[in-house]
Design a protein around this ligand. Structure first.
Ligand code: NDP
Length: 444
């Protein structure tokens, strides 16, 4: 469709050096063709031209002092991408690779993901090129305080509510929240992923990993398959990967490999989750250490080779662009029948097309990993009520949300002529709600 191609060309012209952002936009735009054929009013209202342009991007200096008294400077980002259906919502990523392109791709994806949850949250994302790895707790605290000194000018419980992402876990959220409270003299639910003692929600820690498996379980069941006895490979060993492992195991599957940025561990008997939790969550060490504790577990250097292992289900849960077309071919050749994106954009566009052509059951990130942000929205609801739900209540709501996302995506795919294609279905279902809200609110 010419209209979509013209919008894409203009996005390429304006953001030519932002490859991750362009990849994310391209992946969404061309799946929306059938929507624009049926809704000429979206074209007149410039919905697409507006949705690809962030409402606001804030870039700021973050100076802090290390333990040797040396001044260090990092760059901070917050993109407030689209606020049509609620306050901006999306995590903060602290990783040396962070730049404007990565934050914009994540913020763009977040618009549709948040819409799919059915909850009133707009799309945003932020972070810094700061690397928490190898820093002391006091260095991390000083960095977080400096970061929040600037960020606090732009966020608030009804404006923009950040959360965690890569490199931002319970420790970082605690420091960020404490400093916001001190600066503003206000106790508000301005961040999610908080500790249970100060306004956090039960099941938030588990939510993205559990949600991924609830979604994939629904997809598998609808196609006559299940996790029972399935051999599962999960990349990463952070928040998403760990709780995906826990839920896969509960459903009778066996996780045979996990990784971090150094390499991967393989154990045909099944990776022992308690050991991974001890090494990665508690001791903040490298995954290779697991092989010195469990003797059936082998460590291999180089994290991408994890996809050489024969498996039934592949769950990329580390970072963007882990699976390219060559990796996709390997997985299909080895008999992998389902791929669920726990990470954001872990598969290239060519890899996704290959999976779909080869009838691999594919759960795209926007739908499959929406459980984290959905539970963050439940944390916001509990903060507003000044009340908290039990683990079981939150977990049940999370499960219902994931099943609803599956149903919405699958119905949209069918309605617009792409039955069974979760990528098209998730993009369309997420887009239409935001487009309708933008239409109703006029040109803003
Ligand atoms: P964590 O920081 O807890 O864990 C990230 C894991 O991925 C670590 O094992 C890390 O290894 C590995 N990793 C990170 N970057 C790279 C890289 N460049 N190459 C290889 N491995 C890497 O993050 P999360 O688990 O929270 O997030 C993982 C993914 O899930 C991200 O894409 C994130 O955007 C997405 N996501 C997270 C949500 C959440 O609620 N946490 C919600 C929705 C999506 P190492 O320890 O060596 O750094």
């Amino acid at each position: 469709m010419n209209y979509i191609k013209n919008v894409m060309d203009s996005v390429i012209r304006k953001n030519s050096n932002e490859k991750e952002f362009l990849q994310a936009v391209k992946e969404v735009l061309f799946t929306l063709e059938p929507v624009f054929e049926q809704h000429p009013e979206y074209v007149r209202a410039g919905i697409l031209e507006r949705i690809v342009e962030p409402e606001r991007i804030i870039i700021f200096r973050v100076p802090w002092i290390d333990d040797n008294g040396m001044v260090k400077v990092n760059r901070g980002f917050r993109v407030q991408f689209n606020g049509a259906i609620g306050p901006y919502k999306g995590g903060l990523r602290f990783h040396p690779s962070v730049n404007a392109s990565i934050i914009k791709f994540l913020g763009f994806e977040q618009i549709f993901k948040n819409s799919l949850t059915g909850l009133p949250i707009g799309g945003g994302k932020g972070g810094s090129d700061f690397d928490p790895k190898g820093k002391s707790d006091t260095e991390v605290m000083r960095f977080c305080q400096s970061f929040m000194t600037e960020l606090s000018k732009y966020i608030g419980a009804d404006i923009d509510v950040p959360a965690g992402d890569i490199g931002v876990g319970a420790r970082e959220i605690g420091y960020l929240f404490g400093w916001y409270k001190k600066l503003k003299n206000s106790y508000e639910g301005v961040l999610t992923g908080k500790g249970l003692e100060y306004g956090g929600s039960l099941a938030r820690t588990e939510a993205t990993g559990y949600g991924l498996i609830y979604f994939m379980d629904e997809l598998l069941k609808s196609n006559g398959k299940s996790f029972r006895d399935a051999k599962v490979v999960i990349s990463g060993s952070g928040n998403v990967a760990i709780y995906a492992h826990q839920k896969v195991t509960e459903l009778g599957g066996k996780v045979i490999a996990m990784s971090d940025s150094d390499g991967y561990i393989h154990d045909p008997e099944g990776i022992d989750l308690d050991t991974v939790k001890l090494i990665k969550e508690k001791e903040r060490k490298r995954i290779r250490e697991c092989s010195s504790i469990i003797n059936t577990t082998q460590f291999y250097k180089g994290c991408l080779n994890i996809w050489d292992i024969k498996c039934d289900v592949a769950l990329p849960c580390a970072t963007q662009n882990e699976i390219n077309i060559e990796t996709a071919k390997k997985l299909v050749k080895n008999g992998c029948f389902a791929v669920g994106e726990g990470a954001n954009m872990p598969c290239s566009i060519e890899a996704i097309d290959y999976f779909i052509k080869n009838k691999v059951l594919f759960g795209p990130a926007k739908a499959a990993n929406a459980g984290g942000v959905a539970t963050s929205a439940l944390e916001m609801a509990q903060n507003s009520m000044r009340y908290s739900w039990s683990f079981e209540e939150v977990d049940l709501k999370l499960k219902n949300i994931m099943v609803n996302i599956y149903n919405k995506a699958s119905e949209a795919a069918k309605k617009y002529g792409h039955e069974g294609n979760m990528v098209v279905g998730a993009n369309i279902a997420g887009f239409i709600k935001v487009a309708e809200a933008m239409l109703a609110q006029g040109i803003v």
